[in-house]
Ligand binder design. Sequence first.
Ligand code: F0G
Length: 457
Amino acid sequence: ELPFAESFRIKMVEEIYRSTREEREKWIEEKNYNLFNLESQKVFIDLLTDSGTGAMSDKQWAEIMTGDESYAGSQSFQKLKATINKITGYEYVLPTHQGRAAENVLFSALVKEGNVIPGNSHFDTTKGHIEMRKAHAIDCTIDEAFDSELIHPFKGNIDLQKLEEQYKKHGKENIPFTLITITCNSSGGQPVSVDNIRKVKALSDQYGIPIFFDSARFAENAYFIKEREEEFKNHSIKEIAKIVFDLGDGMTMSSKKDGLVNIGGFIALNNEELYKICGNFGIIYEGYLSYGGLAGRDLAALSQGLHEATEYDYLKSRISQIEYLGNKLIEYGIPIQKPIGGHAIFIDATKFLPHVKREEFPAQTLGIELYKEAGVRGVEIGTILADRDPETRENRYPKLELLRLAIPRRTYMQSHMDYIAVALKNIFDRREEIKTGYEITWEADILRHFTVELKKK
Ligand code: F0G
């Protein structure tokens, strides 16, 4: 059998600057050891996020040229709507400028003070939009998800007992919907099975509670279903996506991930009344119903991107690239979250750097080491991100202290993966010498990770 190879080739390239270690040591010190502060040209391989950082295809760029910029009723919107109708089965479509904007519009219509929104782990902005409305996001992810060594095919699944407890305790009066994030970013890009969604649906029907999807990586989720759930091994990705969306009442989308575009989002629903309420918020916050804060050309490129992102070959090359990197790291003995997720590798920093104390931020320390070693930028998902307890002002120590390496779509090559793996191996080989981390010299009251200033311990 022939080995798998990407079914695309490259016809435009972007040069990236390969800096020296001396340059990087100077730059990161000048930026107070905060990776967000670095100008992008000082980064060789940028794994900060897979959001809006991917490469569009020639067909998407062609759509950019022919986009219809009419304020109302643009043909590009019609095209996008038809694509979303086909892929999701949802009739009503409201574009927004990105995923969190879709959350803002939908939650403005549905979430009231004191409400409870259960689900698997909510993404940060989703949680933020819920908590901003004085409501509560309750994490009902299965316990297996929190053991990074444990292998389970669907670590994004919802624990039905935890969910029913919430339903019993709060009832449909206080639960406007249950939110299923596919794939579950916060538990490591881990998928949710159709079997689990069916069970969540059956339970939610009993209690009269609707289901919505946070669908940023719905195509990657469908790929895992095809690979890991026997019943669907002969289904196409588009068929699987449709089966999943059929089990819910609507979705929010960050098109910057599985829409294969650099900016955009949308809401899709099957309820006309709710669409009309959302439409009013959409018009106030985002723009008219047929563009939602985006240019006509963005809508057109997204329509094409959704077709491409739901093709099996594309998804196989995408997920295989992350598995390739992850398997190299496993081979080197580097502790990562298992199984390997859909969009990123999560390194267990407390295991990687056993001598760096939790209060000296092991994941941030590893992120800085990796930047200095090779110009690779990851992101800390650990104590700095977790902020302080609002009451005690003490650091909150999350269960896992992780460095996330998110892989942009269709952007880097296998040699980049080899380079990243060797860079990490070099650090891993001298981990015994890394004894101290960093201390905070300045921080903001909330969301401190974006602007925090640090100095070496
Ligand atoms: N939902 C999920 C699951 C996400 O991962 C994100 C963004 C959003 C919603 C918000 O979408 O950025 O378009 O407003 N995740 C990015 C990340 C930022 O790096 O994981 P947005």
